[in-house]
Design a protein around this ligand. Structure first.
Ligand code: GLU
Length: 492
């Protein structure tokens, strides 16, 4: 493992009136997820902004897996995470798979380093061994709750007499190592949030940095690794903003220069609620499997929250990787939480389909994908050869459909089949605007499809137009035969 104890003090930024300038030091940033679940939109945004920052500054983007909390590990999560990043085109320069000069990039493989480094803090008095039992800590917690205070460790073992310490060590009593928080330190300048002052010692007890099983905690491992991996800027979610002062105290205790920090605003649902990672539908894997293209997803998450210097025209665009890199500007990241509007995602996906079709190689890729989708959706017809799936024909269909569909999957929508089946069983009387209106809404509800989306799909199938009379009216005008005929044509 390479070590670099003497890091040059060139790591500064000047906050002039508006503009922030970065030092000439090499930019090295990292995405440091814990493999405790799936990659979701929040994590993807952090990874992407780090990647764009590295690329726009000719720097390096590092993936470090923070797996020190062994109780929360999810099998395969680290691998899936790497697959998702790869799919999204966010390719690290150094990571656990490809390695790199500052590896290993998996924290569980760096335990020796943490245990070696903590000795420095023990020796210079910035850390101490704590022998408090779980039972005592539990009593402290309960007492705090009883008097309606926030539980915190009372720093008892800071004051352990030398003889007591020697005695406990001799007896082999289990212990953890805690970091001594000191109060009243200066504020730090966050590149997004500006000056932040938080006296952590006033609010928290001394944190554990090495657990009794010799595993480090997040705070300690994170600081040690950022230092030894020579990370120049830490871009991470705002939920870590309050921990940063603690990290800076550790850098100070080691005599190291901290990196620069830039915290990214929270991403919210349209109703203002927190975009929780526990919601299955914000997993990158879900988008990937449901026919969303990587660049559409990236444009979707960069659409809210700022961070880009772009002249916003009236037309919505799906920017390329090169454009995103060129436009990325950390000082343009918003401080306010940002809301993601789900309908934008399908708009970006539609734009991406059109853009992909403009390039011959990409168009071939799309054609192949449609052939696969159709064959999977209609296995019997695929076997008996009654599907017309030659490349030229599929290409014509795609060119026709590109402004009408938001996903390739829409081309083989099972909803249309169901719709066709149900309409075929109705009598002529049914085809009146009034009864159709309720029936359409009901159909959308029972088949669990957003009504607007369903109407758009039907409109394009029935008339090929984006605007026009209501769908119910169109069906009334067309009548049963012509309606079924058009639906069947769209399905064939
Ligand atoms: N392992 C932390 C996480 O899961 C990393 C936070 C940081 O970037 O410092 O988000």
């Amino acid at each position: 493992m390479q070590r670099n104890m003497l890091r040059p003090l060139t790591n500064f930024y000047i906050s002039s009136s508006q503009k922030r300038c970065y030092s000439k030091q090499q930019v090295r940033v990292r995405f440091a997820p814990s493999p405790t679940g799936h990659l979701h939109l929040g994590g993807l945004r952090t990874a992407l902004y780090n990647y764009l920052f590295a690329r726009s500054n000719n720097g390096s983007f590092i993936l470090r897996i923070e797996d020190t909390d062994q109780t929360r590990l999810v099998p395969d999560a680290a691998k899936k995470l790497q697959d998702d990043l790869l799919w999204a085109g966010i390719i690290p320069d150094e990571d656990p798979t490809r390695g790199g000069p500052k590896g290993p990039y998996l924290q569980s493989k760096r335990l020796e380093l943490y245990n070696e480094q903590v000795e420095t803090l023990l020796k210079n008095g910035s850390a101490y061994r704590c022998f408090c039992t779980d039972h005592r800590l539990d009593l402290l917690k309960r007492e705090a709750l009883r008097v309606r205070q926030i539980p915190r460790y009372d720093n008892k073992c800071r004051h352990l007499a030398k003889e007591d310490l020697a005695e406990k060590l001799k007896r082999g009593d289990p212990y953890c190592i805690r970091f001594k928080l000191v109060g009243n330190i200066d504020s730090f300048d966050d590149l997004v949030y500006g000056p932040v002052s938080y006296d952590v010692a006033q609010n928290e007890g001394d944190p554990v940095i090495i657990k009794s099983d010799k595993y480090p905690t997040y705070h300690f491992a994170n600081v040690v690794d950022d230092h030894f991996m020579e990370i120049s800027h830490v871009l991470r979610g705002v939920e870590w903003l309050m921990s940063t002062q603690k990290h800076i105290l550790m850098y100070r205790a080691f005599g190291w220069t901290p990196p620069l920090y830039a915290h990214l605003p929270l991403i919210l649902n349209p109703d203002g609620s927190k975009l929780s990672k526990r919601q299955g539908d914000i997993r990158v894997e879900n988008y990937r499997q449901s026919g969303i293209f990587p660049l559409a997803l990236l444009n979707f998450i960069t659409h809210a929250g700022g961070g880009f210097n772009r002249v916003q025209g009236r037309e919505q665009r799906c920017y390329s990787y090169e454009e995103l890199i060129k436009q990325f500007d950390l000082s343009a990241v918003n401080v306010n939480s940002c809301k993601l509007l789900p309908e934008k995602l399908l708009e970006f996906n539609k734009l991406e389909i059109s853009q992909l079709l403009e390039d011959e190689n990409n168009a071939t890729f799309l054609v192949n994908r449609v052939v696969r989708l159709v064959s999977d959706a209609f296995p019997d017809r695929s076997k008996d050869g009654s599907l017309q799936l030659d490349d030229d024909h599929v290409r014509v269909i795609l060119d026709w459909a590109k402004n009408r569909i938001s996903k390739l999957e829409d081309l083989v929508s099972r909803i249309l089949e169901e719709f066709d089946r149900q309409l075929a069983s109705k009598d002529a009387d049914f085809f009146r605007k009034e009864s159709l209106k309720d029936w359409l809404r009901n159909f959308a509800d029972t088949n669990d499809i957003p009504f607007d989306k369903f109407m758009r799909l039907l409109r394009s199938v029935l008339s090929g137009l984006k605007e026009g009379p209501s769908v119910a009216e169109m069906i009334e005008i067309l009548g049963q035969n012509a309606t079924l005929d058009r639906v069947k044509r769209a399905l064939s």
